[in-house]
Write a protein that binds this ligand. Structure first.
Ligand code: HEM
Length: 417
């Protein structure tokens, strides 16, 4: 039954991947007319897959493991070493429970409220400014709100620097050279800062609420009853703070969508919460953020007439699955209504991963992301008025991560009465 799967010609395609970025897998899937193909990345064979069925096997923890899947350079910037992303089996599930409890509906509401208050109180500051860059303001506000919510002390004067560090870790994802180094330095600085805060909580020098993320990380117990290494506790707390700051990317894309599709904005102005939900989902589907995911084969198996061998590297295309014409009608059009009546599937809409977050690696912060986006969009359309001056709002699919080039400049900001 073994059939030939299309193979990329050449010795290594790491450079092509960094150049074609979000479209690397899609370009080949289109060229070979196959939802699976073989290539070589970072010196080894890699199998790239796309689509709902591909996501379904990728999230089968009997078939795939994460340990040893992420390149070292990603661990040194985006993930951190020793965190939940590279764990498997029972230890992963135990660590993941901690993240699930810190992202439940109570925490979502708390964080959204803190955030909304901070958005509102920023208006008067902006009213005097000539213009602001939404992406930057969103980073600072989210960083302040995330730390405040998590119980991490943060002076107003530190916000900008810390926010830039969280952001630099994300920005390093597809980078080589200076952008990579910036992310690496940012991670060292953040781990040192958060590690110190955790030590202060453990020693009693810093008092913090027991329901806070900081407390939970500081006193979390491993399956064998031991406390987390300070460094790992810091990595995991950063695994909550950093992605909250990263929602600034989705907020910027939301503003772009409101601007590019005024009819959608009109609808939201008189809309209900379902309209907000549909809009947010379409932003998360349509615009590029997470590009792809890697895992290693745990044991030999066959799928789609291809034999997967133990330890092979497999890459699942997030961007391609969210634009797969087998799943989405007119995938390259922005149509929030497509979310009106959808059959729920855990594997066809995967901006933050697929499957059940409590059991596998899917992002635990998806609901938080949705709530924060809703609150921020509500703020942008109902609490302020502003103008959008001439600027370069284009974004490249050849850079990971990407963003409208101008960061979305707004001017003449007024409080809406
Ligand atoms: C994992 C995307 C926000 C915490 C992931 C994964 C993706 C993702 C693609 C990998 C899933 C996998 O490995 O199978 C995003 C995007 C976000 C976002 C695009 C929007 C900015 C958040 C938030 C939090 C969070 C707000 C926390 C409050 C995590 C954690 C993991 C994760 C801890 C690792 C889970 C695991 O390995 O089990 N996210 N995320 N993320 N995310 Fe998010």
């Amino acid at each position: 039954i073994k059939e030939q799967v299309p193979k990329d010609k050449g010795i290594d395609h790491t450079i092509a991947m960094s150049q074609e970025a979000y479209l690397f897998i899609k370009n080949r899937v289109d060229k070979y007319q196959s939802d699976i193909f073989e290539t070589h990345l970072l010196g080894e064979k890699a199998i790239c897959i796309v689509g709902e069925e591909a996501a379904r096997i990728f999230y089968d923890s009997e078939l795939f493991k994460r340990n040893g899947a992420a390149p070292k350079r990603v661990q040194k910037t985006l993930f951190g070493i020793g965190g939940v992303q590279s764990m498997d089996g029972e230890p992963h599930r135990h660590r993941k429970n901690l993240f699930m409890s810190l992202t439940d509906s109570h925490h979502q509401n708390q964080l959204s409220k803190i955030l909304m208050d901070k958005w509102q109180s920023s208006i008067s500051k902006w009213e005097g400014n000539k213009e602001i860059v939404l992406f930057d303001e969103a980073k600072y506000i989210l960083c302040w709100a995330a730390c405040n919510w998590a119980g991490v002390p943060l002076l107003e004067s530190e916000v900008k620097e810390r926010a830039e560090d969280f952001s630099a870790m994300v920005d390093a994802l597809g980078a080589v050279g200076p952008r990579y180094w910036k992310g690496k330095i940012a991670r060292s600085r953040a781990e040192e800062w958060i590690g110190k805060v955790i030590e202060d909580v453990r020693s009693g020098k810093l008092k913090v609420e027991e329901s806070s993320a900081l407390y939970a990380m500081a006193f979390h117990r491993e399956l064998d009853g031991s406390q987390l290494d300070t460094k790992i506790a810091a990595v995991e707390l950063i695994n909550i703070l950093r992605p909250i700051v990263a929602i600034s990317t989705f907020i910027t894309f939301s503003a772009l969508a409101l601007y590019e599709y005024p009819e959608c904005k009109e609808k939201l102005l008189s809309g209900n919460s379902k309209d907000f939900e549909m809009f947010v989902q379409e932003v998360r589907r349509y615009y590029p953020f997470g590009p792809f995911l890697g895992a290693r084969v745990k044991k030999d198996f066959a799928w789609n007439k291809y034999e997967f061998k133990k330890d092979m590297l497999v890459i699942l295309d997030i961007y391609g699955t969210n634009h797969d014409s087998r799943i989405w009608e007119k995938p390259f059009e922005f149509i929030p209504e497509r979310f009106k009546e959808r059959n729920e599937s855990l594997f066809d809409f995967i901006p933050q991963g697929g499957g059940d977050p409590a059991k596998g690696h899917r992002c635990p912060g998806e609901k938080i992301t949705i709530e924060i986006m809703k609150a921020s969009i509500d703020f942008l359309i109902n609490k302020i008025e502003f103008e959008v001056p001439n600027q370069d709002l284009s974004y490249s699919l050849e850079r990971i991560p990407t963003l409208p080039k101008s960061g979305f400049v707004m001017n003449n900001i007024r409080r809406k009465i």
